[in-house]
Design a protein around this ligand. Structure first.
Ligand code: F6R
Length: 369
């Protein structure tokens, strides 16, 4: 059942190229155009949407953060991302023109169920991005865009996250096309780039996995690990930290790198491990700012573990360790940059002798509020 891997999580990390490919499959027609047959919300309603609110919890909420960057950029529709449990209990502003997007692997997370019930009572349309066929969230939503990650057994979410992010890109490109495609030059180009992602993820597994595992084993004594990222690298940093907390029981925190100077840099002392998710060098200003952040923390003694694009040599002088990912369009970088962080958390937990698939105190689906 584990496909020869020591844990379900390892198997599911290796399932990721397929999870992305399967989530794309059937949604591109022969000419590479996007078709979302299952979109049961009318085009007229989707054209009139003036705000999107993503509701989700944990890893699924981080997929929502990535969606915000992509959908706002491609569609110019404001996107809010809200933890489902906070949304429900704070009198949120929703109307008939709000599209609520509920993201959930299990489709049974009670916090998210309560959020969509509330949204529908207010007249909002709910689109679910769900992995489990026929689940409660799927049944109670106006439309479902299924992720096709296959069953996820390990408590920590991996392939479901990549599939959720992929589905969010499809949604963004679909809405962009539907609403007149004013902001994306070539939806087809983006779709083509998305189609290359499974191969790129496989490339990371082939080329970087052993390196990441070796580094993780050398860090089994760590008591605190920080993660920095900007733009779509920010939710990746938070996801990297969450994986480490839940699997290795290590205090970990993800920051927006720009926030460092507003407080968190005080945490840096000699030996503090800091992961930095570096944007592509083609985004010049952000890239150089993040490279400066690496220098700043290293000058204070941090051990820097850097995730950077292949060929990005600006990071090498400031990094103690570099994990390479293939060159990928900026908005799609989470699909590659998160992979080393998942492997890292899994290996560190295993090195500490912990149960990777069943971390303490956690359940695979949280069916209570
Ligand atoms: C983290 C993790 C959780 C879930 C969250 C939402 O690895 O698995 O944070 O992402 O509980 O679960 P779903 O997606 O089933 O609604």
């Amino acid at each position: 059942v584990k496909g020869g891997y020591p844990t379900f999580m390892d198997k599911e990390i290796h399932d990721q190229p397929m999870a992305v490919a399967d989530t794309l499959r059937g949604r591109l027609d022969r000419d590479g155009r996007l078709v979302l047959d299952e979109m049961r919300i009318s085009e007229a309603v989707l054209r009139s949407v003036d705000k999107i609110v993503v509701v989700a919890c944990g890893t699924a909420a981080y997929a929502g953060h990535v969606a915000k960057y992509a959908i706002e950029h491609w569609c110019r529709i404001p996107v809010e991302v809200e933890l489902a449990h906070e949304f429900r209990y704070r009198d949120p502003v929703v109307s008939e023109k709000t599209l609520v997007v509920a993201i959930s692997q299990s489709g049974e997370t009670m916090d998210t169920i309560m959020a969509i019930r509330h949204a529908r009572e207010q007249g909002a349309k709910v689109l679910a991005i769900v992995n489990t066929f026929g689940s409660t969230i799927a049944r109670e939503s106006d439309a479902v865009l299924y992720t096709h990650a296959g069953p996820e057994v390990a408590v920590a979410s991996t392939k479901a996250f990549l599939a959720q992010v992929t589905a969010c890109y499809l949604l963004g490109l679909y809405l962009s096309e539907l609403r007149g495609n004013k902001y994306v030059d070539e939806v087809a180009d983006y779709l083509e780039e998305l189609g290359k992602l499974p191969e790129k993820i496989q490339h990371i597994l082939d080329e970087q996995e052993e390196h990441v595992r070796e580094v993780a084993r050398s860090m089994a004594e760590a008591t605190s690990v920080l993660f920095l990222g900007r733009h779509v690298g920010y939710p990746v940093a938070m996801e990297g930290a969450l994986k480490l907390k839940e699997l290795a029981y290590i205090h970990a925190e993800g920051f927006a790198a720009g926030e460092l100077k507003h407080g968190p840099i005080a945490l840096i002392e000699p030996g503090q491990p800091v992961f930095v998710v570096v944007p592509t060098p083609r985004r010049h200003t952000l890239h150089s700012k993040v490279v400066s952040n690496i220098q700043e923390v290293r000058a204070r003694g941090a051990r820097t573990l850097v995730i950077a694009e292949e060929g990005d040599e600006d990071v090498t002088a400031h990094a103690d360790v570099v994990f390479r990912v293939p060159r990928t369009p900026t908005l799609m970088m989470p699909l590659v940059t998160v992979v080393p962080l998942q492997i890292f958390a899994s290996e560190l937990a295993a090195a500490k002798g912990l149960d990777v698939d069943q971390p303490r105190n956690l359940a695979k689906s949280v069916t209570v509020e």
